[in-house]
Write a protein that binds this ligand. Structure first.
Ligand code: SAM
Length: 293
């Protein structure tokens, strides 16, 4: 059952749909099928530590996490601050999984999961302008109007509070030595974002977006989201890329940038490449923080 704010108090239910109509504000390229949810959960395991080290949560901070996905980072933020995090997620499938994962971990109380659109988050009138930190990771790349989203985040925090954005810039990825055909596939994958009306290079715009929302940008960071052969995280990072591409196969082919045969050959080559001793994935998240005067 949902409250008027779209809260998900106990667990997944047919009532997971939000209580008000959602505006059509983003198109999510990855989808929410079980293999994709496994990828997202594994990716959280890989990068939540470096994310937290860059977000720098402070004890007692009240956090709003938008586009919270499976809720693992929201739970980490709650553990770090000692405060219940308000997490907003649009997809009923993601929310249901997030609630289940939190319950499995015995952490059901750490996060107030709410169904809703990050562009118009389900907050009570009394909550606007009260959060210490509004945070979004890997969300701006999926919304056609990222500036409006950051303006919404700025409205949600109190004066003296902060907004932290972390997102992708798909041009930053380098696999080396490059697997055969990979660059063409990655370029076509990047084009799928344009086609959905989203910005695959939003990472480089984070400071501009903070400033455009009337916030004072005050620091940037580039948490590492890569590894080389020999590091324990390397195989999982290769799998992360392969699953992302598999999930976007039809959209990539629809760009006309690669043929189906080339796509499949490159995916096979990527898996072989993952066994090389001299391979490296160079990638970072782009992170920026702005304060509210
Ligand atoms: C790549 S996932 C990232 C999830 C989480 N922030 C993380 O870093 O693990 C992006 C999430 O944003 C959600 N999403 C996309 N557009 C949204 C919107 N307009 N409002 C709320 N959630 C949205 C998707 O359903 C998905 O769960």
């Amino acid at each position: 059952m949902l409250t008027e704010l779209g809260r998900v108090p106990g667990g997944p239910s047919p009532g997971l749909l939000p209580s008000r109509p959602m505006t059509s504000t983003s198109r999510y390229v990855h989808g929410t099928h079980p293999e994709e949810q496994r990828r997202l959960a594994d990716m959280n395991t890989l990068i939540n530590r470096v994310t937290l080290d860059a977000v720098l949560p402070v004890p007692r901070e009240r956090v709003l996490d938008l586009g919270s996905g499976l809720g693992q980072l929201a739970r980490s933020l709650a553990r770090a601050t000692g405060e219940r995090v308000v997490a907003v997620e649009r997809s009923p499938e993601q929310l249901a999984r997030a609630v289940a994962l939190a319950a499995e971990a015995g952490e059901g109380g750490l996060v107030d999961f709410r169904a809703g659109d990050a562009m118009d988050p389900p907050l009570a009138a009394s909550e606007w302008g009260t959060f210490d930190l509004a945070h979004a990771r890997f969300l701006l790349e999926h919304v056609p109007r990222p500036q409006d989203l950051v303006a919404t985040m700025a409205r949600a925090i109190r004066s003296g509070g902060r907004v932290v954005l972390s997102d992708d810039d798909h041009e930053a990825l380098r696999l080396w030595p490059e697997p055969p055909g990979f660059e063409a596939i990655w370029r076509a994958y990047t084009r799928t974002y344009d086609r959905l009306g989203n910005d695959p290079f939003v990472g480089r715009r984070l400071v501009e977006l903070l400033s455009g929302a009337g916030l004072s940008p005050r620091r940037i960071a580039m948490p590492l989201f890569g590894a080389c052969a020999g590091e324990s995280t390397f195989p999982a990072l290769v799998t992360n890329i392969a699953v992302i591409l598999d999930g976007a196969r039809e959209a990539v082919l629809a760009t006309g940038g690669v043929t189906a045969a080339a796509f499949d050959d490159t995916q096979a080559a990527l898996r072989v490449w993952g066994q090389r001793r001299d391979a490296a994935i160079w990638y970072t998240m782009f992170l920026a923080e702005g304060g509210k005067p």
